[in-house]
Design a protein around this ligand. Structure first.
Ligand code: MLT
Length: 299
């Protein structure tokens, strides 16, 4: 029987499908060195974003036939190494789309209406309503960087809020309701910029200091894609100086980020990479991934 190692959380329905045909080993706490040591015994490896599947892991996995990524981003897997060994890498790009788009709006509304700070104030017995005057989304310009699945779903929801939506993506055409513009125009004219691009060597550091400075004064930045798309030191400065009015962050260059200086800022709302963390997305993701893995193993 094939042996599959699962190193991150995978929802029960997917585990059930896999365990009907293969031997499953759950190791959510496994460290890098231990994974490197055990991987030769496995034919399949299932990960989410927190496991780094390096070239060394892939070369050590002498029996590996498939690596399953429970989600969409493949930036934590050395695809070239997997390709060179003929190991198939499968993901489920559509399974988290709605969850990620909805979470983007959770951050946007929390930020634009000061939900977190207002609740903290109320909890301390406060009732100073004048401190928490927010901003309407209606009539504002949302600039979406990355017009793939999540960017497109964010755009649909923004249109329903009465926002004007512009987008930038060198590899995709604009979905209906979105006007495609250049990156400089998007940064300089958007009231809110939302990142939905994949992390690649080209997109790493996309929002560097210079590009953050190009953003409209008083605008908001949302990042539910990948932390490394943004220079976090430059972001901190832009938020502290008031050049940016706020940031909603779900992802960080290093995860977990520890006590990031960004968390001390009053104009930041942050969550621990929860974009795909809905019950529905987790079930969908686990079932779709389990089926794809069984297909590759011809089980
Ligand atoms: C993804 O790439 O699908 C998301 O970031 C979700 C995750 O990694 O858990």
């Amino acid at each position: 029987m094939y042996r599959i190692m699962v190193t991150d959380h995978l929802a029960e329905p997917g585990l059930r499908i896999l365990s009907e045909r293969a031997h499953i080993h759950l190791a959510p706490e496994i460290g890098y060195e231990q994974l490197l040591k055990c991987i030769p015994e496995y034919h399949g490896l299932v990960v989410r974003s927190s496991t780094r599947v390096t070239g060394d892991i892939i070369h050590a996995g002498i029996q590996l036939k498939v690596i399953g990524r429970a989600g969409s981003g493949l930036d934590n897997i050395d695809l070239a190494a997997a390709g060179s060994r003929g190991i198939q890498v499968v993901n489920v790009p559509g399974a988290n789309t709605v969850a990620a788009a909805e979470h983007t709006f959770a951050l946007l509304l929390a930020l634009s209406r000061h939900v977190c700070h207002a609740f903290a104030h109320l909890r301390e017995g406060g009732w100073d309503r004048s401190r928490f005057v927010g901003m309407e989304l209606f009539g504002k310009t949302l600039g979406i960087i990355g017009l793939g699945r999540v960017g497109t779903e964010v755009a649909k929801r923004a249109v329903a809020f009465g926002m004007r939506v512009i987008g930038y993506d060198p590899c995709a055409s604009a979905p209906s309701g979105v006007t495609q513009v250049g990156l400089s125009e998007l940064l300089s004219t958007s009231d809110i910029v939302s990142l939905h691009a994949a992390l690649t060597p080209l997109s790493r550091g996309l929002l560097n200091r210079e590009r953050l400075n190009m953003m409209k004064r008083g605008s908001l930045l949302l990042n539910t894609a990948r932390g490394a798309l943004v220079d976090s030191d430059a972001l901190y400065e832009a938020l502290q100086s008031g050049h940016l009015a706020g940031a909603g962050l779900d992802v960080f260059e290093t995860e977990p980020p520890g006590r990031s200086p960004l968390f001390s800022l009053k104009n930041v709302v942050a969550t621990p990479h929860l974009g795909s963390a809905t019950y529905e997305a987790q079930v969908r993701c686990s079932e779709q991934l389990a089926r794809r893995i069984l297909e590759v193993l011809a089980l």
